[in-house]
Unconditional design. Structure first.
Length: 277
């Protein structure tokens, strides 16, 4: 009976030792090396020289035997060997690679894990365009053509050189109507569709009406296709005083400024008639 009990105890000890060593082996098994470059990033462009973006690799493996390296074409990082570097990214999508390397201190054997993240810099903001004409008023209404010069200031967050074009020049009166002399071609030397900032306008208006208004509209478009409009107005007043007012015999029915192509309006077409600039 005693021998049987001793044999049973010995078997139990052997089994326990086996389980202990198996657990110890499992506990000592190295964790898999992880490289995690974070979620894809989408941001608005901050500058034409690059948009600063901080990456996040903090879900990667850490340890004294682990190193990191971030790489991306055309991007310089402040420190590419840390988990949260900052780099200046260009417009568009850039793929960034995070390489995590674990080096065995004894054998110098290396284990490598890699991950990528897409960084997209988009431009959805249109340019800002400011326009100013010189002169802004034509007097006297003697039917002569006057040279108009337009000064433009165009800025864009992401594009240092947006494309500017003259979109249209319109008048709120027809070229030749009652009380404005017998002339046509009141808008001349305007090259619509180009960056034309100088053209000719005739100093005349309809006698029975409140005055003429020419409107020039410019378009500014950046490299991403965002565009905005800016305009200037040049007036030919009825007179130097108060002029005629609504309800005091003005029966002209002019079209609103800037609506060229509607009945009663005239539109510059860049036909080049008249003196050249």
């Amino acid at each position: 009976m005693l021998k049987l009990a001793t044999r049973t105890l010995a078997c139990a000890l052997v089994a326990s030792l086996a389980l202990f060593h198996a657990g110890a082996a499992r506990a000592q098994a190295p964790a898999p090396l992880v490289a995690n470059a974070g979620e894809d990033i989408l941001v608005e462009c901050a500058s034409s020289s690059g948009t600063p973006i901080t990456l996040n690799g903090t879900l990667s493996s850490v340890g004294t035997d682990i190193t990191y390296l971030w790489t991306a074409p055309g991007v310089a990082f402040d420190d590419p060997t840390i988990l949260t570097p900052t780099g200046d990214f260009p417009l568009g999508t850039t793929t960034v690679t995070l390489t995590v390397t674990q080096t065995d201190m004894v054998t110098q054997a290396q284990t490598i894990a890699m991950d990528t993240v897409d960084v997209t810099v988009q431009d959805t903001t249109p340019p800002v365009i400011l326009a100013e004409a010189s002169p802004t008023s034509l007097w006297p209404p003697n039917h002569k053509l006057h040279k108009i010069t337009v000064g433009l200031s165009v800025t864009d967050t992401c594009d240092p050189d947006p494309v500017v074009t003259l979109d249209s020049i319109t008048s709120n009166e027809p070229d030749n109507s009652i009380g404005d002399g017998n002339t046509v071609g009141d808008i001349q030397d305007a090259d619509v569709g180009t960056d034309d900032r100088m053209f000719l306008l005739r100093a005349e208006r309809q006698g029975p009406c409140t005055g003429r208004v020419y409107t020039a509209i410019y378009d500014a478009t950046d490299a991403s296709g965002n565009s905005s409009l800016g305009s200037v107005q040049i007036s030919v007043p009825h007179d130097q005083g108060q002029g005629k007012k609504k309800g005091q015999g003005n029966a002209c029915g002019n079209t609103p400024p800037g609506t060229g192509g509607t009945p009663g309006g005239s539109t510059g077409n860049g036909n080049g008639h008249g003196p050249k600039k």
